[in-house]
Design a protein around this ligand. Structure first.
Ligand SMILES: O=C[C@H](O)COP(=O)(O)O
Length: 252
């Protein structure tokens, strides 16, 4: 049985004061939840404040990005080591916004994944097709390319520190959620590919979460699917009430 994993990606939102207010509300509303992993991913500048505010609560902190080197002449970048120092346990890697807006390639994402797991952090590794790719019938081809590229030379043991997030680009921030059946089909494909890249035991254990317009009113259906182990939530994670309801999903 895979432990559910729900993460809120705050993207470029929330000042320090707003972030601390939000996590305090989440902490109060989720204190009794012990059977699932709960994660928030604020912007870099508020990571330390959020980590301190959460202390040893049941909510962990993720960064939204990192650079694949630990130190050096890399102006403006942040390493996994420094993210760990700031209280992070997770790092989002390969988000479609970084692929599309910042030109991140599978090779660069692969370097980040290795740096994250080598630091003892867990990577939330995002993959997903665009609308054009889906309409061309290339969804599985794109997922396979992103997964093979991102995971190249990543050893089986390191995969214990990877959560895969399937995020169809056409469903991100658009209000267009993939249907539960569409999402399940992609998740099953990803699990099967992981079984071929590693083995069935690993594929059975790894968590594959869905992202793309997850809301309180669609989370239960999505997370009732056999291969959907959680959610990576954008917009709806900015409001305590909505994120609490999403974390408290009720699978049928
Ligand atoms: O990382 C989160 C995803 O990009 C989903 O964002 P969204 O829930 O606002 O569609």
């Amino acid at each position: 049985m895979r432990r559910p994993f729900i993460a809120g990606n705050w993207k470029l939102h929330k000042t320090t004061a707003e972030a601390v207010t939000l996590v305090k509300a989440l902490e109060a509303g989720l204190a009794d939840v012990t059977d699932r992993d709960i994660v928030v991913a604020p912007v870099f500048t508020v990571l330390t404040s959020v980590s301190s505010a959460l202390g040893d609560s049941n909510i962990a902190v993720a960064a939204q990005n990192c650079f694949p080197e630990m130190q050096g002449a890399y102006t403006g970048e942040v390493s996994p080591l420094l993210l760990k120092d700031a209280g992070c346990r997770y790092v989002i890697v390969g988000h479609s916004e970084r692929r599309q807006l910042f030109g991140e390639t599978d090779g660069f994402i692969n370097r980040k994944l290795k740096a994250v797991v080598d630091t003892g952090l867990t990577a939330i590794f995002c993959v997903g097709e665009t609308l054009e790719e889906r309409e061309q019938g290339r969804t599985f081809e794109v997922l396979e390319k992103q997964l093979r590229g991102g995971l190249e030379n990543l050893l089986r043991d390191a995969m214990a520190r990877v959560v895969v997030a399937y995020e169809p680009v056409w469903a991100i921030g658009t209000g267009k959620t993939a249907s539960a059946a569409q999402a399940q089909q992609a998740h099953a494909f990803i699990r099967d590919l992981l079984s071929r890249l590693y083995d069935a035991d690993l594929a059975c254990r790894i968590r594959i979460v869905y992202g793309g317009s997850v809301k309180p009113d669609n989370v239960d259906g999505l997370l009732s699917q056999q291969d959907i182990d959680g959610a990576l939530v954008g917009g709806a994670s900015l409001k305590a009430e909505d994120f609490i309801r999403i974390v408290r999903f009720l699978p049928s």
